[in-house]
Ligand binder design. Sequence first.
Ligand code: ZN
Ligand code: ZN
Length: 364
Amino acid sequence: MYELAGNLHMHTPYSDGEKWHKEIADAAIAAGLDFIVVTDHNLWVDGVEGYYENEKGRVLLLVGEEVHDTRRDPQCNHFLIYGAEAELCRHAPNPQELIDAVRQIGACGFLAHPHERSLDLLNEPELGWHNWEVEGFTGLEIWNYMSSFKSAVARRHDRLMIKNKLLAKLSALPLVLHPEKYIVGPEAETLAKWDELLAQGKRIAAVGNSDAHGTPMSLGPITRFVFPYEFLFRAVNTHVLIRQPLNGDLAHDKALILGAIGQGNSWVAYDMAAPTKGFRFSGHGVGKGIMGDAIKMDVGATLQAIAPTRCHMRLIHRGQAVAEAHDTTLTHIPVDDGPYRVECHIPYLGQKRGWIYSNPIYLY
Ligand SMILES: [Zn+2]
Ligand SMILES: [Zn+2]
């Protein structure tokens, strides 16, 4: 198995981001990522995919798209598409039609930032997923760092009972300067939804991303670039495991990475709290598999997770923790079939944080 760290949600000036592909690739190299997927809003950009290099290393830049219906009121339902190679935003007004179109061409699609808060005083609407009746999507973006920031600011406004715009901006300033102190993990609602869908017998893969825009924020006379791309690429990422090494050929390497993303051979990583490199979750039954795989049960079936650092590890089956450890390994002999996923928490800046969210192993 070969491990790659990547980030699959970010914007350039083609939509509402600040930096172009080359500059974003430099930021990804500086942060130590192996691949990135640029997902401009409602725009499939051709001709920019490939390996970008500088004196410090190289990164594979791929193109995806974040599609939503721009005419919908209220705005919501952002959908991340990978591997489509074509513009699909004409289907955006009907989310099920969009999901079906993505499936038909063998691409994958994830519901972006499915639960988040609005920031009414700062004119930031809630952009979660509303049409939960849809079927057939690949998975959920269970953790979106910029969306977590927005929700953390909204919670602070609630707590401080902020009622006017200037106070709303001022009270957001500590989070703008030190978001890492305030962001603790994915939205609980999103994790609960993931477990609910998994318990229905669906295969739902998870990704975790930055949603980097490199956006300037103005607070009276102060304009500051908040959340530079490089900072965000050191925060919430997706690590994938591929079964063959990359060989430098764009089509070959892209197929391996997107295949692992679609299958869920991956975990959502909060690399800022501690590096997650080396995490593994595997199962043995009739045959072996890793996270994202389906494995046939037998009487000697075992599940094992290994973390690179001692942490609080929990094995979750249909929304319930069935095993726990404060250690670097967790081993479990399952008695029931179904989806099993691992969650790891770790202390960071004096507080317990969500650290690793593995994709499930599906025992059948
Ligand atoms: Zn979005
Ligand atoms: Zn976005």
